[in-house]
Design a protein around this ligand. Structure first.
Ligand SMILES: [Zn+2]
Length: 143
């Protein structure tokens, strides 16, 4: 039998973190320049996203920044109608996971298409640049 315990409601909680990026900060510099780059290990060739300072496969720190071709196909998507607090000012949006020809799966917003047009297998292109708020970012557009 389900028992309901007495409770009180807390105030809303806002969380904000300082994320150290000293060894991968170039990622945001490249985005601002309109380039989507991530890291590849020069020892074993492992391509990684998000970018890393040390290889996730062999732990070597001999890492190079490579620009991705960025073409791919939608593997999964979701429409976000009920937005988190930080996105309340924006209209509903769609997030996709795409399989890139570069061999990575990337999750990002898709811009430039109606929600009803997004489907699994849709060809997309990864873009980099600044948002309308001037923040470096990346997103997909229909190819
Ligand atoms: Zn490696």
């Amino acid at each position: 039998m389900w028992k309901s315990w007495p409770s009180i409601k807390s105030k809303p909680v806002t969380m904000e973190f300082e994320i150290p990026t000293n060894r991968t900060h170039k990622f945001w510099d490249y985005l601002e320049a309109g380039e989507f780059r991530t890291t590849r290990c020069n020892s074993c060739g492992t391509l990684t996203f998000p970018p890393v300072a040390d290889c996730v496969n062999c732990t070597d720190s001999d890492i190079e920044w490579v620009e991705l071709d960025g073409r791919g196909e939608v593997a999964a998507f979701t429409h976000v109608i009920v937005r988190p607090t930080s996105f309340q000012e924006r209209p509903p949006y769609t997030i996709v996971i795409a399989d890139l020809t570069d061999g990575l799966k990337i999750l990002a917003w898709i811009e430039g298409s109606e929600m009803t047009e997004v489907e699994v297998g849709m060809k997309v292109q990864l873009k980099a640049g600044k948002t309308v708020d001037g923040e470096p970012s990346y997103w997909f557009v229909p190819e």
